[in-house]
Design a protein around this ligand. Sequence first.
Ligand code: PLP
Length: 371
Amino acid sequence: MMPWLGEEEARAAADAVLSGWVAQGPRVAAFERAFAERVGAEHGIAVSSCTAALHLALVALGLGPGDEVVVPSLSFIATANAVRYVGARPVFADVEGATGNLTTATVDAVRTPRTKAVLVVHQGGVPADVDALRAACADWDVPLVEDAACAIGSTVGGKSVGHGALIAAWSFHPRKVITTGEGGMVTTDDARWAERLRRLREHGMNASAAQRHASSKPILESYLEVGYNYRMTDIQAAVGLVQLGKLDEMVARRRALAARYEALLHNVPGLTPVRDPAHGQGNFQSYWVLPAEDFPVSRDGLLAALAAAGISARRGIMASHLEPAYEGHPSAPLPVTERISRDSLILPLFHTMTEAQQDRVVAVLREQARR
Ligand SMILES: *Cc1c(COP(=O)(O)O)cnc(C)c1O
C-alpha cells in the first residue's frame, strides 16, 4: 500500500499552518461533517488513530472488567488490544475462509453469558455481512461494534460500510485507502454517545477550545470525567478533506486493478484471490491471495521469489492469538484464522501501479506455480 498524496494535500496542510490554527479546530469539524456524510452516519468524531477510536467506542458502550468481547484473532492486533484497554476480555472467534471475516456462526460458537459486545472487522476492506450480524446481535441483545479501519469506500447492499452502524471506528494510517498521516474517526447515529465521545477525546472537558474561542463570553471549562488526549490536528484534517475528495477515484482504481489481477491469476493454478462477497463490494485495500494446501512453494518462498524480482509483497493478515502479547490467553481452536495467516500473501496494489508492474508480479507467481 502506497498512499496517493500530491500537491493538493501539501497546499492544504500549508494553509492550515499559515492560518495559525494547527490543533483541533475548524478543519477537524469540517472533516468530521464530510466524513460522516460520506459513510451515511449522523455524527463523526475525529481522533488520533483507529486504535483510539476503538478504545473510545468501547468506553462509550460502558464495557469493563468481567465483560467479554468477541473479536476476530485475524486482525491487526489493535482490535483485540482495545478490548484490553477497558479491562474487558477479548474472546477470539474464527473467520470464514472466503472473506476473512467473522460470521454469525463463528461468533455464536464462542459466545457466553458474559459476552457484552461483538467487535467485527471489515478485514482488508472486504465488507463483513453486517445485516446478518446486526440481526443476530439484536437477538442476543449485545451491541455490534464495527472496526472499519480498512473499509472506507467499501459497500454493503449498495450503501457505504458504516451506514446504519451502531458505532464504527476508522483509520487514516498511510496503509489505509485514505490517509492523514495518523488519524482515526468514530461514527455513530447516537447524539448522546457523540457528545460523550467528543468530551472523552479531550480530557473529559465540557467545552472544546474551538467553542471557547468562538464564544463572546468567557467559558470556564470543567472536566466531567477522566478522558484522554486523542485529538486530531487541523493539519491532519486539512489533508483528510482533500483525500476524501479523491476517495471515489481511488476506490475505482483499486477495483479496476483488482479485477485485472483476478483475470491474470485465473491462469495461475492453486492461487485463490480475495473477491467481493455476495452482500457487498470491497475497496481492495489489501489484495491477498491464498495458495492451495498443495501449492509447490511455501508462502515465505513466494515472498522471497517476489523480493528477488524487486517486488515487495507482504505476509497476510496476522493472527493476534499467536503473538507473545496473547501468550497464555485461552482461545478456542481457530483453524481458518491460522491457515489464512500462515499461508496468504498480500500483493502490491497502489493507485499509480502500471499494467506492466502488475504483469511482472503475476509472471513471478506463475513461474513459482510450475515448480
Ligand atoms: C490499521 C488497523 C487498525 C489500527 O489503526 P490505527 O489508525 O493505526 O490505530 C485497527 N484495526 C484494523 C482492522 C486495522 O487494519
